[in-house]
Design a binder for this molecule. Sequence first.
Ligand SMILES: CSC[C@H]1O[C@@H](n2cnc3c(O)ncnc32)[C@H](O)[C@@H]1O
Ligand SMILES: [Zn+2]
Length: 430
Amino acid sequence: MDTLRITDGRVLRPDGTVEDADVLVDRDEGTILDIGSDIDAEADEALDADGCLVMPGLVNAHCHVSMTLLRGYADDKPLDAWLQEDIWPTEAALTPEDVRVGAELGLVEMIKSGTTGFADMYFHVPEVVAAIEEAGIRARVGHGVVTIGKDEEDAWDDIEESFDVAREFDGAADGRIRTAVMPHSLTTVDEEYLREATAEAHDEGIPVHYHANETTNEVDPIVEERDERPLAYAQDLGMLTDADFVAHGVHVDDEEISLLADAGTGVVHCPASNMKLASGMAPVQDMLDAGVTVGIGTDGAASNNDLDMFDEMRDAAMIGKLAADDASAVAAPDVLDMATAGSADAIGLPGGTLEVGGVADIAVVDFDAPHLTPATNLVSHLVYAARGSDVRHTICDGQVLMRDREVLTLDESAVVDRARSTVDALHERV
Ligand SMILES: CSC[C@H]1O[C@@H](n2cnc3c(O)ncnc32)[C@H](O)[C@@H]1O
Ligand SMILES: [Zn+2]
């Protein structure tokens, strides 16, 4: 058996407590063999965690990873204008190779900030999958479908592509990649397509992921046209099951929160995107109180503008308090749970906790820094004070993806160079 030992650190346990312990990993199986201070086994490789906290890898539960290429491309606009005037016209010019380059850039950024799993909705998915295979991270991926403005044939082709991708890549990269059918939203995909695609996906055991209740501009037309709330419409379409997950859930009322809780449908809170696009404040504490599975995502780097889940945790705590008008709301332990186990549950991937027998998806955070001193409350520091750049090692599926801040699976400087020249060429074309 090939083993890895993470030595001399403090380990964050699923109940939020911290203990001095080593972590022994089975690299063949990608699982945790033991956690303790008296492990009696030599390992094939050791990773020093002195002065560090060994925690579950962060899970970015909603992303468009290749949008790193559009970082800073269009800022300071609301969602509809941003998408229609800037993002969609530019995305139409992206080649499959561009999407791969953007994905690699995003994956380097994620690995460097301790993210070990994510969910991604985009197009040219084979290129995203190839980048993920190389990077060594875990993901649930899908082709995003938009049918508005398309004739029937093109709309069905788009749906078909979402199924082709979901069927072809499920289980890829030694099982690290899972898939979903991903209609973009309840307003950008017409009813007949949503109904049929959802039924077919569920027949085949494929989850459905979509944007929902992100802005009032999206909610109001549904209410006006159908005399029902968007998530009641989604339920009628069969799109609220415990395998499905929605991004945003900003403008949800109490009945919709109950629908989500009863169905077990995950909600991915994207606080930075919601603030930047001025979409609104999600009632996260109400959702948690109702028993909804809530995860955290960055959304794409064009509406954030980074993929750092530490940033996202801080934002979630801050806006959660504002939304509830209560400083005790969306407290640090709950935020950390959302960014790890909550996200993993919402998107149906393993990980999010450090447990013997569980997957070895791990971030090692160095606390030897002025902004993390004094290290009185490590969970508080993770949420309110730590940064992605404090992550020292990242491990996914038992493999070391970053060691002492050097990414091992992708060539960081080559990826950055390629991203620069790709964006230069893109700007020439658009
Ligand atoms: C068709 S692939 C996914 C599609 O979603 C777009 N997108 C990025 N961020 C958001 C957001 O916050 N709400 C809705 N849609 C978003 C992305 O640009 C792709 O076109
Ligand atoms: Zn999104």
